[in-house]
Design a protein around this ligand. Sequence first.
Ligand code: ZN
Length: 252
Amino acid sequence: MPPRVPVTVLQRFRGAAVVGALAIAGTVAPGAVAHAALPDPRPGGESVLSRTWTPALDPADPLVLVNKAHPVSPAGWAPDDLVRPDVTALGEHDRLRADAARALERLAAAAEDATGHELVLASGYRSADYQRRLYARYVDAHGRRAADTFSARPGFSEHQTGLAADVAEAGTSYTRFGRTETGRWVADQAWRYGFVVRYPKGEQAVTGYSPEPWHLRYVGTALTTFMHLADTPTLEEAFGAAPAPDYAPTGG
Ligand SMILES: [Zn+2]
């Protein structure tokens, strides 16, 4: 099961009463982490900041790290709990793992409340086989070197975990997401719903990818709260993992 911020942890945050009040007032969606959640500074007070985060190797674990140094393993792995979230989908890749799907529904509802725009799912789960065809198409069109900056090689895509969602503002291409009102809202707020904007601007040397404001990765709110409070922009840093700017040389 994915880690969540349980009530017992939230109660250790200063301002828990404010969190409750905000939730009752309806300004914080159920399941979201509120603004007032701050680490407890008292000696012995537990906080999400004191936890050490280690990446999972099991692709079924929501804390799995997938990047150019860590492929999905076993290579042909597929999730067994894929569902269609109640969010408008733009294509055939309209499924996510159940917990990620529920979180995306909450994110989309809150985004629409805040911006008036519909958030849509451009691409969710993609099989290793589909990624193979997609990557081959990009290599044909742009060359391998360029393709590697924006498309994962087969076996190295977070989309294969069922925990990654490319999202868009309804009516605009997902590639313009960063310039939309919804995109700006998501950049600020996605962490409250357990999503990381996985490939932020300025982090290509760490993540291996040019900025993708539309590519969200579900890890659960415990880790995203940590990343938010610790001002840690990438999963690699949150896990204390080495940067993964490139694939290991294959020798041919
Ligand atoms: Zn993506």
